[in-house]
Design a protein around this ligand. Sequence first.
Ligand SMILES: [Zn+2]
Length: 275
Amino acid sequence: MDRLLRLLMIFSLSVLFFSCEENPPIHTDTENTVPGDTGESEDEETPSDPIDEKYPNWKVGISGFGFSPQSPKGTTFTIKEKKFLIKYLALTRSILNTQEFLDAWEKNKDSIDCASETDSYPGSPYSISTGQEYNKDRLLETILNADFDVLYRKHNLESNIASANVGKSLYVRQGYDPDVYDTEYLCNLWSGDLTQTPQGYVSYLSLIFHENLHNAGMEHHSGYDAVSKIQMILFNVLYGNPNNIEGRYAEQTAEIENSYLEKYAHLLTDDENMP
Ligand SMILES: [Zn+2]
């Protein structure tokens, strides 16, 4: 078990390394969206989604699946891979709705780096600039209340790279800027682990969370890396308690996963080939 733990930590750190080095902000990418990725209004809430009521935190969903422009011709994004991704997203949401995560945040929040994002918005009391310390309560609030859909693109390269576009700063704008979610959320997934073993997927899952934090407006540069510190809080909740994965939260995760499989069934009809 110790050996497995060490191996997984090494694996995870290498994932961290690659992800951190390869995350330049991708400001625009209007091509390569998939059909059905247009104009879904976040404002018209469906009042009676039982999953949203039961698991109100981290409503980060899927706007579509696609391919990063760097993927070689002939790349296929299979239904099986898409379903693995859904499982990751369900487990992440499940954990972000537990007291265990909140406790871990409380315990580790002082280790979260200063910001490397700069933004302000009229009427918001939460401006931020590179090198400034976050208000950790506000930071947690904006993460828990995150509510956006992401276009997940398969990035079929040998190198272990995931990347995401940097969205508007939820820390500054959530609750103040009515257009805070009016942006295109992209996440390019390293394809190597889309069919991982249960032991390996904690690292990959936390990497996707890392990319989603970029979507939420966070960055890492200038010697500050709050993103990876927050990623590690999730990682440790899961990895520190293997039982969380297959046991303790299995029922909650399955419930969210099943609702996602239903909600996104229209995206799961075919193995998709890169055009
Ligand atoms: Zn990053």
